[in-house]
Design a protein around this ligand. Structure first.
Ligand SMILES: *Cc1c(COP(=O)(O)O)cnc(C)c1O
Length: 439
């Protein structure tokens, strides 16, 4: 199906087709350990390439009237019979997948990605200059949780909480800062945090100071819906998430909120921040949400955690120091600089670049305590992608062994090339699956 389309592109525009083909090869030959990346099914991919790409559908498939959604006619352009049905379907699937009682919540499936979704929530709930809280970027939070290079940090007053000395979220600090600053909203969720997030405690803190709790589960969405991580609801008022990453959908964002906040969130997304929704992406999202509502997805999520734990254990045995002492979710943070002497590196970037030469793709990451943000001392590793490839615990031992050899070798002793060849033959034996088991 996709092969035919690619064939057609190569006749039509060989220059672009060559780049697509090269990326296909790169993904097939290397091991992806970036925790925010994954492989989408051929159905999710194919749904991006449909006639919904051609359609403008500013507005919503419903209107708000006295705080209630009424059917139809919230669009600005005609010709919405199919987009309306499609968006309804995607919303319903999102609510069924993510909420304990769908009738109490509202879904907005239009955010173009995770960052716009977070900005939309702030824009809906705060006035410029209002105070909100989030986890510090250096301690694992996301840019959009108020970092000063993001508009979320420039237009609002952001107060940051941190990890404690044990590299666990400092809930006592969250409480103290919340009582002191009285934020209107508290963001939780992270982009680089290997431990469980205590949504119940954060919800209690938020409630005590009259703040909304927003759980950004972009990284752990699949674990939450599969019972591998506590669920943000009912503690959170709003959930934001990307639909790529662990969810294996298209690159997009999703907001789910208590029904009372629905109208404000909708107005914030459109017309507040965006124009026409990407209906082809919403088509694809609907498929991914259905794929994630299966038993096989539950098994997938469980295996992600088992794989991460095994990888952490094997790497620790090899001498690597891991932030937080290991992992409880899908990712781990290696302290590249302060690990045992035989596997220590100059910086996270140095180790990440070496691993890439050996066919293992990771990203460098700042760690708590880093004083030079441009020179991160860690690397971040995750198991969602390799678990999609069907890898299990024994495969994690193989990967940990490669990482150990790459970290420990001399630049010119041939190890990087040897590992690269081993990775390529390992990957040749496991094609990226075009579809996942159903039921
Ligand atoms: C990835 C991520 C985002 C942003 O997603 P984009 O799609 O890259 O904009 C937001 N929050 C968290 C916690 C993330 O991990």
């Amino acid at each position: 199906m996709l092969g035919e389309l690619k064939q057609a592109i190569s006749m039509h525009d060989p220059e672009v087709a060559a780049l697509i083909a090269a990326e296909d090869v790169r993904q097939q030959q290397t091991i992806c350990l970036i925790p925010s990346e994954n492989y989408a099914s051929k159905y999710v991919l194919a749904a991006l390439a449909t006639s919904f790409t051609n359609k403008y559908s500013e507005g919503y498939p419903y209107r708000w009237q006295d705080g209630d959604k009424v059917a139809r006619n919230g669009r600005y352009y005609q010709g919405q019979a199919n987009t309306d049905a499609l968006e309804h379907l995607a919303m319903q699937r999102a609510l069924d997948l993510f909420t304990p009682n769908p009738e109490r919540y509202h879904a907005n499936v239009q955010p173009l990605s995770g960052s716009p979704a977070n900005l939309a929530v702030l824009n809906a709930c705060l006035e410029p200059g209002d105070t909100f809280m989030g986890l510090s970027l250096q301690h694992g939070g996301h840019l959009t949780h108020g970092h000063n290079v993001s508009v979320t940090g420039r237009y609002y007053q952001a107060v940051h909480y941190h990890l404690n000395d044990d590299e666990v979220i400092n809930y006592a600090e969250v409480r103290a800062l919340a009582e002191k600053h009285r934020p209107k909203l508290i963001f939780c969720g992270a982009t680089a945090y290997p431990l469980i997030i205590d949504f119940a405690q954060l919800g209690e803190i938020a409630k005590a100071v009259g703040a909304l709790l927003v759980a950004d589960v972009s990284h752990i969405n699949g674990l939450c819906i599969a019972g591998q991580h506590p669920h943000p609801f009912p503690h959170a008022d709003v959930l934001t998430t990307t639909t790529h990453k662990m969810l294996r959908g298209p690159r997009a964002g999703l907001i789910i909120c208590r029904k009372e906040l629905g109208e404000a969130i909708d107005r914030s997304v459109f017309p507040g921040l965006q124009g026409g929704p990407h209906m082809n992406t919403i088509t694809s999202m609907a498929i991914a949400l259905q794929e994630a509502a299966t038993e096989s997805y539950q098994a997938y999520a469980a295996q992600i955690v088992k794989n991460a734990k095994r990888l952490a254990q094997t790497l620790q045995q090899a001498g690597f120091r891991l932030v937080g002492g290991g992992t409880e979710n899908h990712l781990l943070l290696i302290d590249a600089v302060q690990s045992a002497e035989n596997v220590r590196s100059k910086s996270g970037g140095y180790l990440a670049a070496r691993l890439e030469k050996a066919g293992i793709i990771v990203n460098k990451n700042t760690l708590p305590g880093d004083d030079k943000p441009w020179l991160p001392t860690g690397i971040r590793i995750g198991t969602p992608a390799v678990t999609t490839l069907g890898m299990v615990e024994q495969d994690m031992d193989v990967i940990a062994n490669w990482i150990t050899r790459v970290a420990g070798c001399k630049d010119d002793d041939g190890t990087l090339l040897t590992v690269k060849q081993e990775v390529e033959s390992f990957m040749a034996a496991r094609e990226i699956p075009e579809a996942f088991a159903q039921s």
